[in-house]
Design a protein around this ligand. Structure first.
Ligand SMILES: [Zn+2]
Length: 268
């Protein structure tokens, strides 16, 4: 077993109070494991998001290159969203979601993987641009732990909603159709914006509510009026995931994140 020998005082990641290096519970906010096994300081050096945004950007870039390499002959070299677009075969292998993988093949777990895949060069640059700018902001409002949960949950709700719409409402007109195959982190982009709307409403910050709301509205609207193949229900599902999740008491952005502390108390 590894034991960290650095016994200097550490900071609770939840309430930022000084605690002893081997404290099991923060004396102030009752956060369990307040020093994150002693790694709190090195994680905090990576920014308010504890390096999660950098991780997402690198992971999505690596996975995108992989989808290109798996089927190089299937790469599309068209313009716009078809520029350097991996083949549906390679994205399917690595876990694209939608009604087909979810309901026909039974790969329900693809709701967790589709958000890490992208359908083209413009697609990945556009999504990662938004995540690069919004991720640290949401981390400052909610804390790194809640950022990770909001991010993952909104990719899941986006993929799940569009798959369900495609499966159960198959006869909707074109822009309202769900996706039979879907990839991309745009559900998470909308989820981060949904979390920002929540924070704006909670703190009566009408400027933030308006800005995050209008960005969300425009991003969803663009999908309905621009190129074909935009997953509108993925966007709506992502926004709803981020917005509704942050209505729960554990995601109250006015209180420090105490996710494990809440679990700890509930388990007693
Ligand atoms: Zn604390």
């Amino acid at each position: 077993m590894f034991i960290r020998r650095d016994n200097s005082a550490k900071v609770c990641f939840s309430c930022h109070t000084l605690v002893s290096a081997n404290a099991k519970v923060c004396h102030k906010c009752q956060q369990v494991n307040p020093t994150l096994w002693g790694y709190e300081k090195s994680l905090r050096r990576r920014g308010p998001d504890f390096g999660f945004v950098q991780f997402v950007i690198k992971a999505c870039a690596v996975v995108y290159v992989l989808t290109l390499l798996i089927d190089m002959e299937g790469i599309s070299h068209g313009n716009g969203q078809d520029l350097l677009s991996p083949s549906p075969f390679s994205t399917l292998i690595l876990g694209s979601s939608g009604a087909h993988p979810m309901f026909t093949v039974g790969r329900w777990w693809t709701v967790f993987t589709a958000g890490w895949l992208h359908g083209g060069f413009i697609h990945i640059v556009f999504n990662l641009f938004w995540i690069y700018h919004l991720g640290p902001w949401v981390a400052k409002l909610y804390g790194a732990g809640r950022l990770v949960i909001i991010y993952v949950a909104s990719t899941v709700t986006g993929a799940a909603l569009t798959s369900a719409v495609a499966q159960y409402l198959p006869n909707l007109p074109d822009p309202w159709q769900g996706a039979h195959l879907t990839v991309g982190a745009s559900g998470a982009v909308l989820g981060l914006l949904g979390a920002m709307v929540s924070h704006g409403q909670r703190t009566r910050n009408s400027d933030l509510t308006y800005r995050a709301g209008i960005y969300s509205f425009l991003l969803i609207l663009i999908g309905f009026f621009s190129v074909r193949g935009i997953d509108n229900w993925g966007h709506i599902g992502g926004f709803l995931g981020g917005y509704l999740l942050t209505q729960f008491p554990g995601f109250n952005s006015c209180q420090p994140q105490r996710l494990w502390g809440a679990l700890h108390k509930a388990g007693r």
